[in-house]
Every structure is written in structure tokens, then in C-alpha cells.
Design a protein around this ligand. Structure first.
Ligand SMILES: Cc1ncc(COP(=O)(O)O)c(C=O)c1O
Length: 450
């Protein structure tokens, strides 16, 4: 490894970072993380903190899972790579497809298309919904509906259904035929509705209205996160996803549940859709599927969707889509080990308990600090704290203040993530009660310093 001074001074000379300004990275050095253990990370100054971000909503098993590490290492020696494009497969990928199918069987999923990450999984689902309708003789169904504040990755399809304009504007024009409904964000919404159930109904009405306006026979799919993550941890009313499911069903529109964050136990249930008692037609997954130890994603299909492709005899059902690393054997080994560990450790139960602890702690902080406008979470280990400079006017907190807070919290022992004027937290699902207390203490220190 190059020495610390070299790393600090030259870190961004050749390295461009996702979601950052290349010029800014050369002036403000990023935190350089050199190691990790359990729920902790250590930077090159040997400062060790609790990682309340879980890498990037992904290190569900924490950083020290030897079962997953050993499985990856073994697979590297057995078969480091072989293509899964039509005509060849590998034993570990087949095993992984059973593991994923079993994990999501209760959600009605039965087929798995492996990808290299979340954006790939979203892209796969969007494309396959169009092909599904063509196969069924409805080729006019090409449009997509989604929610404002939703995050669905950065490919052109995903960015087009994305509901946060800072991920869109620089890359427009995006895909035509994508329409966005209001988010179930009760703190701010165009209906000025603070009651989550009434807001859910208002959005459902807006969805019906949009479908009538567009024509149901032009819409391929509706995509949503069961709990919006990157948009600020926006938790809808318990009725919301079911209402949207019923509308989709009524109009022949496929429902894609984007489970890239909520899948694999983060919400306190195996999947976000199951959390709300909904069975979608497709799911996009990634992140927790390997706990971030290897880049893998998976698009999942229900039996009914699969049947349309598999029963096709015209050749139109062939999937001319996929990635060099789809069903990568090393990724597949990580998937099998990770899902085995996820079940053995029952991480969803800990996620629910520790998520409640974190949420309650954040609510206590809100009683103490007026800069906290809204606290969201309480459904597993996803917590959002929205900061405002004027509580009555709900004025979003200034970016410079957010950055200062981030640094103070870090110095006090916890890494959090900023999403605009929100503090976002998604620690490993294996995090302990004492570690959550440490996260809350660090937040308290940071907020007191403002
Ligand atoms: C809900 C959701 N979908 C899709 C993605 C994109 O995943 P990736 O960054 O692995 O491409 C993310 C990433 O955070 C996500 O949160």
C-alpha cells in the first residue's frame, strides 16, 4: 500500500467517485477506509467507527463473516469464471438460483436472472416487462409508472423511473413514456396530507387518474420501493403497497418491487413486499444478496410471468439481454453462503429489534433538538432524520451545516450517510444493542455542536 500522505494528497488524481464532483474530491479528501470488522470500519488514520451506513445499505452480515469469505475463496480456486450465456452454466450458479428462489418463494417468485448489481436488476425487470406484454399480444404496453423520491439506480431505464431530479437532469433526455406519482412522504407532499393512510389513498387516486389519462393499454409496469431508501427513508402507510398492487392488477400492469435495499431482511422481514403483505410480479434485488462481498444482483419473476416466456414457441421469448458477469460462479458462491448465513443468524429479527431501538433513540433526539424536522423508520434497520433550519417553515438545513455535522458525528465514533438534508442510517443487520447506543451518542454529540 502507498504511504498515508501519498494516499491523502493524490487520492482523486486518477479516481473519479460516483455521486461526487471530480474537482471537489481533489480539494476535500474523502475518508479513506482501509479495514473493517463486525459493524466497524477503520480509516487510514486508524480512526475506528461504527458503520451506520452498512457500506452502502448492503453489508447486512457485517464485515467479518468468514463463511462467506471462505466460500468466495474456495470458488476462486475451483472455477473463477465461466459465462452463463445460453449454452453454458456452472454448478454454483444453479445452486444459487435455488437458494434465491427458496428465499423469495413466499413472495411468489420462482425464476432468477442474475445480474451484477441493483441498476442491472432494475434494467432487467423494466425490459422484461415490455417483452412480456409483446409476448401476450399487447405490444402497446411500453410506458412505466413510478414514484417521486424513488431511487432505481443509474442506468438509463432506472434513471428514467427515478424520482429525484438531481440523478436525472444532467443526463436528460431520458426514456420517453415514464410518469411519476407523488411519494408517500407525509412530511411534505402536494396534498398537504400528514395522515399516511389518507395520503396513500390520495396517491392511489392519482395513479388511477394517470392510468386513465395515459390509457391502461399503454402501460407496461409500475415500479416502487416498499420503503423508499435513498430518497430519505420514506415509510408509507401499511395500506399503500397493497392499494398500488390492486390498481396494477385491475389494469393489467405488472408491479415491480425494487427490493435492492429492503430485500434480505433489512425491513425486519425477508422482503419489503412481504413486510406489507403484497405479492408483486417481479422483484429487483442486489446489495444484501452477497452482503456487498461480491457485486451481484438478481431480477426475480413470478410463475405467471415466467409462464409467458417459457410457453412461447415463436422464438420471441428469447431474452436478448444479460451481462458478462450474470451468474458469475464466484458471485454465486457468495450468494449461497450469504443466504445460508442470513437464515442461520436470523438477521431480520435483529434488524427489527435494533431498528426499533435506533428509531426510538432518534425520536428522543428530536425532542431535544429543534433542527430535527422529521424522523422516519421504525421498520427494520432503515432510519432517516430530516434536518431543518426553521421547524415551522420546514426549511431544509443548509448543505454546509450538514457536512459539518457529518464530520462531528464521525469524529464522535459513527459513520452516517447524508442524503441532501437527511441523515440516513442502514447499519449491518448484525449490529448490537451497545453499538446502536454508540451511534445515538455520536449523533447527540454532533447535534449538540450545531
Ligand atoms: C432501491 C434501489 N434500487 C436500485 C439501486 C441501484 O443499485 P446499484 O447501485 O447496485 O446499481 C439502489 C442503490 O442504492 C437502490 O437503493
Amino acid at each position: 500500500m502507498k504511504d498515508e500522505n501519498f494516499l491523502k494528497e493524490n487520492n482523486a488524481r486518477h479516481l473519479w467517485h460516483p455521486m461526487g464532483h471530480p474537482g471537489d474530491a481533489q480539494i476535500n479528501a474523502p475518508k479513506i477506509i482501509k479495514g473493517a470488522d463486525g459493524a466497524h470500519i477503520t480509516d487510514i488514520d486508524d480512526h475506528r467507527v461504527v458503520d451506520a451506513v452498512g457500506g452502502l445499505w448492503c453489508v447486512n452480515l457485517g464485515y467479518s463473516n468468514d463463511v462467506v469469505k471462505d466460500a468466495i475463496a474456495r470458488q476462486l480456486y475451483e472455477l473463477p469464471y465461466y459465462s452463463a450465456f445460453a449454452g453454458t452454466s456452472n454448478p454454483t450458479a444453479i445452486e444459487a438460483s435455488y437458494a434465491v428462489r427458496d428465499f423469495f418463494a413466499e413472495d411468489g417468485m420462482s425464476r432468477v436472472f442474475f445480474t451484477s448489481g441493483g441498476s442491472d436488476s432494475v434494467e432487467t425487470c423494466l425490459r422484461l416487462t415490455r417483452q412480456y406484454h409483446r409476448l401476450r399480444g399487447e405490444p402497446t404496453r411500453t410506458k412505466f409508472l413510478s414514484l417521486k423520491k424513488g431511487y432505481h439506480g443509474t442506468h438509463f431505464g432506472g434513471a428514467s423511473v427515478n424520482g429525484n431530479n438531481r440523478f436525472r437532469i444532467a443526463y436528460e433526455p431520458l426514456l420517453p413514456g415514464c410518469f411519476h406519482l407523488p411519494s408517500p412522504y407525509s412530511y411534505r407532499n402536494p396534498f398537504e396530507q400528514t395522515d399516511p393512510s389518507k395520503l396513500a389513498q390520495s396517491i392511489a387516486n392519482a395513479m388511477e387518474d394517470e392510468i386513465v389519462f395515459q390509457g391502461a393499454n399503454t402501460i407496461a409496469a409500475f415500479i416502487m420501493e416498499p420503503i423508499q431508501g435513498a430518497g430519505g427513508v420514506i415509510v408509507p402507510a401499511a395500506s399503500f403497497m397493497g392499494l398500488m398492487r390492486a390498481i396494477c392488477h385491475r389494469h393489467g400492469i405488472l408491479m415491480i418491487s425494487d427490493e435492492v435495499i429492503t430485500g434480505f431482511g433489512r425491513s425486519g422481514h425477508a422482503s419489503g413486499a412481504r413486510h406489507w403483505g403484497v405479492k408483486p410480479d417481479m422483484m429487483c434485488t442486489a446489495k444484501g444478496i452477497t452482503s456487498g462481498y461480491f457485486p451481484v444482483g438478481a431480477a426475480l419473476m413470478s410463475d405467471a410471468v415466467a409462464e409467458v416466456f417459457e410457453s412461447d414457441t415463436t422464438g420471441e421469448g428469447a431474452i436478448f439481454h444479460g451481462y458478462t458477469y450474470s451468474a458469475h460462479p464466484v458471485g454465486a458462491a457468495a450468494v449461497v453462503a450469504c443466504l445460508t448465513e442470513t437464515l442461520r443468524l436470523d438477521t431480520k429479527t435483529n434488524a427489527a429489534a435494533r431498528g426499533t431501538q435506533l428509531h426510538q433513540g432518534a425520536l428522543k433526539l428530536a425532542e431535544k433538538y429543534d433542527v430535527i424536522g422529521d424522523v422516519r423508520g421504525g421498520h427494520g434497520l432503515m432510519t432517516g432524520i430530516e434536518l431543518v433550519s426553521d421547524k415551522a417553515a420546514k426549511t431544509p438545513m443548509d448543505n454546509a451545516v450538514m457536512k459539518r455535522l457529518h464530520q462531528t458525528v464521525y469524529e464522535a465514533g459513527t459513520m452516517v450517510r447524508l442524503g441532501m438534508h437527511n441523515i440516513l442510517m442502514s447499519p449491518p443487520l448484525t449490529i448490537t444493542e451497545a453499538e446502536i447506543d454508540r451511534v445515538l451518542d455520536a449523533l447527540d454529540t454532533g447535534l449538540a455542536s450545531l
